[in-house]
Design a protein around this ligand. Structure first.
Ligand code: ZN
Length: 494
């Protein structure tokens, strides 16, 4: 509790009443000669510093007395928190604990994500935005990390969190993310994966393969094929082998991606200032990652001494944004079992992308990974935000819905979704209390999910969205918590 005399000082300084000050009860932390806590003053979050010494001087804010300062949530103040409160700095987690990439497009969802994850067996990767998401939401790496760090401070969460430079495709972006203090890099190798090779006939394949450097060919043929007999690779109870054709195909499709991962790893990650979790993403491509291609990739990574923390294959079936798994669950299970066994055999975690809302396959994912996995649930907190607005501010919801409809065709060029607008009930005939049902229909979920960039580009919509979510922050938080809990429970992590 903020002592009465401090409340009085704040009220006097800003000419407000005590009910305009709200303390975040989990935030207070003892520091040398005092304490820091988070409070809302007239609807705006601040750090209240009651202390002395360097910390007091380094924090920038309004001086209320000799040892009392009210400090805004600026980037500079975040760096000061990081310096004095190590738990507000992101860390890397390695391979021995489950991690949950929560993602927070608006910068408002992390406190609730922390409240959900803190009593589970998973650790949160709170900052997790791809370049595309940053562009569409008008944020940058530093801001995303600022929001995550302040959320950790607000919740008094001491157990560690990560920051993921998500789906990065080039060295410059990775350098930027590392310089900002990110502790996980998800390297998106999609552009280096040559899908044309998977379409070639056996004859064409062989001739294209012969163009690869002779030394490379000799090495992989020695490693994966055996003259006269078949070379067998045993992973748990399964044996794998490569025919010439299979090996040629793996080499042609994945060689570029593996070499690229090697360059990034050696040039940027091994010498990074902070420990970094390295995820290899081969999921954003057209072809499904076969078990054999995964095995080839795993062994080639070892050959190049590349240590990854997690690998995201492209699974069979469809992992579309914001909705459940689409596909044959039996076939998925058989492949998942083998992918998980390979990952565990080679000492990294299997990573599931577009992992939100895949409730029908979560129990299988939990079972075969033994709970050691990385899951990215990016974007789904946006839908919880829209659900909050549908329930609490129907007029705003209607504007959002109209904006989403107007931009759906443009937005779907960036996302693979199967939404069919004719399956979405007409907005004009929907009563206010029925609006939340749009969040229960797969078609409207996807409509609202992928158009966020267009919705946020409209300045008045954007500021109304923030206002509404801040006004109904507890409603929003409860939705986020129950949604995230549902994920954790189904996977078996809570
Ligand atoms: Zn992905």
């Amino acid at each position: 509790m903020i002592p009465l005399h401090i409340i009085k000082t704040i009220c006097k300084t800003f000419d407000i009443t005590p009910d305009q000050i709200m303390e975040y009860p989990a935030s207070p932390v003892k520091v040398e000669q005092g304490q820091l806590l988070m409070c809302k003053v007239k609807g705006v979050k601040n750090i209240l510093a009651e202390c002395a010494g360097d910390l007091f001087y380094e924090l920038d804010g309004t001086v209320l007395s000799e040892s009392l300062k009210l400090c805004p949530l600026t980037h500079q103040n975040r760096l000061v928190l990081n310096k004095y409160l190590p738990y507000t700095r992101p860390i890397a987690f390695g391979t021995q604990v489950a991690t949950f990439g929560t993602g927070d497009r608006l910068g408002l969802a992390s406190p609730a994500h922390i409240r959900s994850v803190k009593n589970s067996d998973a650790k949160p990767i709170l900052a997790q935005q791809s370049k595309r998401e940053l562009e569409l939401t008008g944020r940058n790496y530093a801001q995303v990390l600022d929001d995550a760090c302040f959320a950790v401070f607000q919740e008094g969460y001491l157990s560690g969190f990560g920051a993921d430079g998500d789906h990065l495709k080039n060295a410059a972006d990775i350098r930027d993310a590392l310089a900002c203090g990110y502790t996980m890099i998800t390297l998106d190798c999609s552009k280096k994966i040559d899908n044309t090779a998977s379409q070639l006939s056996a004859d064409e394949l062989s001739s294209v393969y012969q163009r690869l450097p002779a030394a490379y060919r000799a090495r992989i043929e020695g490693a994966y094929l055996e003259k006269g007999a078949v070379k067998k690779f045993r992973i748990v109870e399964n044996e794998y082998s490569f025919t010439e054709e299979e090996l040629f195909r793996c080499a042609l499709v994945y060689r570029g991606a593996i070499d690229f991962a090697g360059e990034i790893y050696r040039d940027l990650l091994t010498g990074a200032e902070q420990p970094v979790d390295f995820e290899l993403s081969i999921d954003e491509t057209e072809s499904v990652t076969t078990v054999q291609a995964h095995l080839f990739t795993a062994m080639e990574l070892i050959h190049q001494n590349i240590r990854i923390t997690s690998l995201a294959p492209k699974f069979i079936g469809e992992f579309q944004k914001g909705i459940d798994y689409i596909g044959d669950i039996g076939i998925f299970e058989a492949q998942l079992a083998r992918h998980a066994a390979i990952a565990s055999h080679f000492g990294y975690k299997l990573s599931i992308h577009s992992g939100s809302d895949k409730f029908s396959v979560f129990p299988l994912i939990g079972k075969y990974t033994g709970g050691l996995l990385h899951l990215k649930t990016s974007g789904t907190s946006w839908l919880e935000a829209i659900g909050t607005i549908a329930a609490c501010n129907p007029t705003l919801y209607r504007h959002i819905h109209e904006c989403a409809l107007a931009h759906f065709e443009e937005a779907r060029r960036f996302y693979h979704v199967s939404a069919d607008l004719s399956q979405i009930a007409d907005l004009d005939h929907m009563e206010d209390d029925g609006l939340v049902k749009y969040l229960e229909n797969d078609h409207s979920r996807q409509l609202l999910h992928i158009t966020y960039g267009f919705i946020l580009r409209d300045h008045s919509l954007k500021s109304e969205i923030y206002k509404t979510l801040e006004m109904y922050d507890e409603h929003f938080a409860q939705r986020l918590i129950s949604h995230m809990d549902h994920h954790l429970v189904e996977i078996g992590l809570k």
